[in-house]
Design a protein around this ligand. Sequence first.
Ligand code: CAA
Length: 380
Amino acid sequence: MSFLTEDQRSIQQLAHDFAQSAVKNKARAAEADPAEMMQLWRQLADMGLAGLAFPETYGGAGADYLSYCCLIEELARVSASLAVMLSVHTTVGILPIFDFGNDAQKNRFLPDLLSGKHIAAFGLTEPDAGSDAGSGDTRAVPNEKGDAYRLSGSKIFITNALTAQIFVVTARSENTPGNKGLSAFIVPRDTTGFSVEKGDAKLGIVGSDWGTLVFDQAEVPAENRLGGGGDGFKIFMNSLNSGRVSIGAMAVGIAQGALDEATKYAKQRQQFGQPIANFQAIQFKLADMATEIAAARHLVYHAARLKDAGQPFLSEGSMAKLYASQAAWRATNEAMQIHGGYGYTTDFAIERYWRDARCLEIVEGTSEIQRLVIARQLLS
Ligand code: CAA
């Protein structure tokens, strides 16, 4: 039983079929081989899924945000790495340009991004500016002619850094302290003075690349500034609001994938002369996981529906991310427990889900930041 529309259901089915037939068997190999991961990206792009929730005018597929969340969920059910690649590309990568770009910027950058020919990344976090995102210290100084900015500084933990052609970043251009001094810039990969360094090895979502963006007097045309001087923080926060719903969808997908694996294993694994699925200790874990996943999915779909309806969804998006990422952590942990010793080996998929889930309570705003956002709305 589903309350999705026929269009939403057909996109969900398309995403499910693609994920199960083309991605699932390759997910682990793609973790170790960037070329394999790019091959999956190309397949996804060829199906028109790299710009799913954007209008056809710019080359998108014209679907709504809820359909896009269903896509992310189905991808994350088999490969969190491919899901996060698309999530960052779509929300925090493309949305700042789509929502805040002028016509020239949209016409120049969106078609290649929506077709998936180009991948987008987003640079906010700095070595000394994480949760306190408004304190970033990357500088943007206008050149003598006033037709370009020179950016100096660095951004760390940037998803898609090694594969993206287009980066949307914040830099301090105004003589105003704190978040009001930040502007947003579109930085193409071939910008002189801009380079990318591979990120440190990480625990999970290892098939998704990340890195450090280094700006050494990088010359960015003034026409690449998004919005007005000092608008950067609000542009990024607005994009993160949508991104957090998408991360919630990812969490639902990972949790569902872990439940799929645990259910299958519980039916196959024989102990004490019978499948372990016969034991209430296992059944109760499966039931709790399924219940929490359903609750998380409702929160995600609700936030997506509000966004599609043009209504505020700030708290609802944070609630979806907060609850779904914690539910995914509990579900993957319980799924590993059901697998016993086998779950701790790399022969089974569950250790990957467990490692991948851990990231979601950190990325795009920690659980603590989501609580802050929700509490501020309650108290305002
Ligand atoms: N949506 C829209 N506007 C927002 C907003 C939001 N979520 N949060 C703040 N604003 C607006 C405020 O309304 C305020 O506007 P006015 O000046 O008009 O009043 C302005 O922005 C400043 O707000 P605050 O004073 O509340 O800002 P703050 O400095 O206290 O920060 C914060 C608020 C919630 C802590 C914010 O800094 C935050 O969300 N931090 C977390 C950052 C984050 O999520 N980082 C993830 C990075 S990306 C990543 O994970 C890697 C990747 O590759 C994807």
